[in-house]
Ligand binder design. Sequence first.
Ligand SMILES: NC(=O)c1ccc[n+]([C@@H]2O[C@H](COP(=O)([O-])OP(=O)(O)OC[C@H]3O[C@@H](n4cnc5c(N)ncnc54)[C@H](OP(=O)(O)O)[C@@H]3O)[C@@H](O)[C@H]2O)c1
Length: 260
Amino acid sequence: MDSLESLFSLRGHRALVTGASSGLGVECAKALALAGADVALIARRGDRVVALAKELAKSHGVKTIGIGADVTIDADLDRVMADATAALGDIDILVNNAGVSPTGRAERFKREDWDNAIAVNLTAPMMLSQRVASRLIETKQPGRIINMASIYATVASAIYRLSAYAATKAALANLTRQLAVEWAGYNILVNAIAPGWIPTEATEGGIAKSANRERMETFTPMKRLGTPEEIRGAVIFLASPASSYVTGTLLSVDGGYQAW
Ligand SMILES: NC(=O)c1ccc[n+]([C@@H]2O[C@H](COP(=O)([O-])OP(=O)(O)OC[C@H]3O[C@@H](n4cnc5c(N)ncnc54)[C@H](OP(=O)(O)O)[C@@H]3O)[C@@H](O)[C@H]2O)c1
C-alpha cells in the first residue's frame, strides 16, 4: 500500500446500507460512494433511498440501487439481497445502520416499543449479516460488516430514558465481537461504530430541548455535539484496506464522551 488511494479506495466493492433514508445512514452511503463503492440503499421510505441512489450514481459515477424495505420483515430482506445482488453483484460491505430509539420510563416501557427496538436494532443486523456472510463464505470472498452501535452500548444515559435502546446497542456491540471471532477465519471483519449524540431526525426532538443539549455538551469533553458528516471517516476506515487487521472493535465517534 504505497498511496492514499490504495489505503482507502473502495472501488470494485459493493456495499449495502440500511436506514439510508435519513441521518447517519445517508452519510454512510455518501462516504462509501465517495470512496468508489457501488451502493445499495434500503429503508422503508423507498422514495428517499431511490432519490439518494440516483444522486450518488450521478455525482460519483458508481452503480447504485435504492430499495424500499422493512428490515424487520424476512421476506423484505430476501428481496433486498436478490435485488441488490442483481444490480451490483455480491455484497461485500454491509452497514447495519437502521435503528430506532424509543424513550419512556423503564417502569412503564411499552412492550411494543421494546419488541420493535429488538427487531430493528438487534435482530435485523443479525439476519442481514447472516445473509451477506453465508454468501461470502460460500464464494470464499473477504468482506466487512459495520454495525451502528452507540455510546449507550457501553454506558447508560442519565439524561434520556432509553432502556430498550441501551440494551439493544450493548447486545449489538457484543454480537459484533462474536461474529468477528466466528468469521475472522473467513477474512470477514466485523466492527461497530459508537457515535455520541448527533442531531438527526431520531434525536432532534430530545436534543432540541436546550437543557438536554447543554447537558450533553457539558459531559462531552469536546463540548459540542457531533455533525452527521463526522461519521464518514469511521465508515470509510472500517470498510477499507486501511483497517485490514481490525476486527471485533467498537470505534467511538463521540467527542470523548466515553473517555471519562
Ligand atoms: N444520531 C445519533 O445521535 C446517534 C447516536 C448513536 C447511534 N446512532 C445510531 O445511528 C443509526 C442511525 O440513526 P439516525 O440518528 O441517523 O436516525 P434517523 O435519522 O431516524 O435514521 C434511522 C434510519 O433507520 C431506518 N429504519 C428505522 N426502522 C426501520 C425499519 N423497520 N426498516 C428499515 N429501516 C428502518 C429509517 O428509515 P425509514 O424510516 O425510512 O424506514 C432511517 O433511515 C441508528 O442505529 C442509531 O441508533 C445515532
